[in-house]
Ligand binder design. Structure first.
Ligand code: NAP
Ligand code: ZN
Ligand code: ZN
Length: 352
């Protein structure tokens, strides 16, 4: 048995979103059913809905920044109860027995985790994401959203928050460290807030200075335009850590030149095309070029608790179901301050 629930569906790659319905599985003994209140729009949704990373599964219901309220629990569920404020991020299951799962790094599950959408359960069923009014998932992949963070500003933490928190922690951002965040979008603005809350000295490297005031308000002490070549000279050999959140191609050598001795540049942005760099840009300063991918369940909960403790949520623009296509266009044009969040109450047909 399944339950039919309203969702925003892209029928084919690049198609407009239409109000429709999908089937959600019945609540199993270890499952939690969530009434979704808000779903953030991540640039990864756009990459996948437009097949920029390769073939997708259609019809597609994107959304992996999900916040809502538990509406039912299975008989064996112990972590959550009806009425709890909860969230779901980028995956809804993993093998639970490989060394990476056992280490709490389920995002690197050796069997491959089950993506929240554009993926398949181990049973073969397609997964559908948060642009919907309800979802059912195993309790271990459902996060608790602490009191003190509203659900709308919490939703983007489930991807943008953890994707920046994890590398900032892994590469030791904190007091005495100089961190640069490249790109002031959904991920970038959370990276600025979190790096500043961790005690690092934060610089934003944006295409222009148009969002400078916001960057400084969010915790950066410096803000430079990468359209100005002087930026790369002024900041030569300055940063211990550069987190690159850009969804497009970058002249990587110019960015590597801003790393100090032993500095690291970490990619979280996932451009469509291969990127190139000169090996000399690394050897000249014993530098590292690395990548990072979301975070595990334990670290995602740690991030949510950290954000609650520091009063951090995303800066958002709440939109209705009719505005999602337009929001995609605006994200692609870097015209987002700083995350679009869908009010899922607007998704049902009769809400139109
Ligand atoms: P976003 O809101 O669109 O932010 C990306 C920012 O990059 C833009 O706001 C813009 O910042 C900058 N940018 C865009 N085009 C650029 C260009 N041509 N040259 C230089 N800078 C440019 O996107 P997002 O949701 O933060 O996601 C960013 C990327 O991270 C996407 O590729 C997404 O798929 C990926 N991602 C990865 C993970 C992971 O786990 N690794 C998780 C989530 C998302 P300025 O206006 O400040 O220049
Ligand atoms: Zn995402
Ligand atoms: Zn695993």
């Amino acid at each position: 048995m399944t339950t039919t629930v309203p969702a925003l569906v892209a029928a084919t790659p690049g198609a407009s979103f239409e109000r429709s319905t999908i089937e959600r599985r019945d609540v199993g003994p270890n499952d939690v059913q969530i009434d979704i209140a808000y779903a953030g729009i991540c640039h990864s949704d756009i990459h996948q809905a437009r097949e920029e990373w390769g073939a997708g599964i259609f019809p597609m219901v994107p959304g992996h920044e999900i916040a809502g309220i538990v509406s039912a629990v299975g008989s064996d569920v112990t972590k959550h109860k009806v009425g709890d404020r909860v969230g779901i991020g980028c995956f809804v299951d993993s093998c639970r027995e490989c060394e990476n799962c056992l280490a709490g790094e389920e995002q690197f599950c050796l069997k491959g985790n089950v993506a929240t959408y554009n993926g398949r359960e181990y049973s073969g069923e397609e997964t559908y994401g948060g642009y919907s009014t309800s979802i059912v998932a195993n309790e271990n992949y459902v996060l608790s959203i602490p009191e003190g963070i509203d659900l709308d500003v919490a939703a983007p933490l489930l991807c943008a928050g953890i994707t920046t928190y994890s590398p900032l922690k892994h590469w030791g951002a904190g007091p005495g460290k100089k961190v640069a965040i490249v790109g002031m979008g959904g991920l970038g603005h959370m990276g600025v807030k979190i790096a500043a809350a961790l005690g690092a000295e934060v610089t934003v490297l944006s295409q222009t200075l148009s969002k400078k005031e916001d960057g400084l308000r969010l915790g950066a002490t410096d803000y430079f335009a990468t359209s100005d070549d002087e930026t790369f000279k002024t900041n030569s050999k300055r940063f211990d850590l550069i987190i690159n959140t850009v969804s497009a191609d970058l002249p990587i050598d110019k960015y590597l030149s801003m790393l100090t001795l032993d500095g690291s540049m970490v990619f979280v942005g996932l451009p469509e095309k291969p990127q190139t760099f000169r090996v000399f840009s690394l050897t000249g300063g014993r530098r590292s070029l690395a990548g990072s991918n979301i975070g595990g369940i334990r670290e995602t909960q740690e991030m949510l608790d950290f954000c609650a403790e520091h009063g951090l949520g995303a800066d958002i623009e709440v939109i209705g179901a009719d505005q999602v296509d337009e929001a995609y266009e605006r994200v692609v044009k870097s015209d987002v301050r700083y995350r679009f969040v869908i009010d899922t109450a607007t998704i049902p047909e009769n809400a139109a």
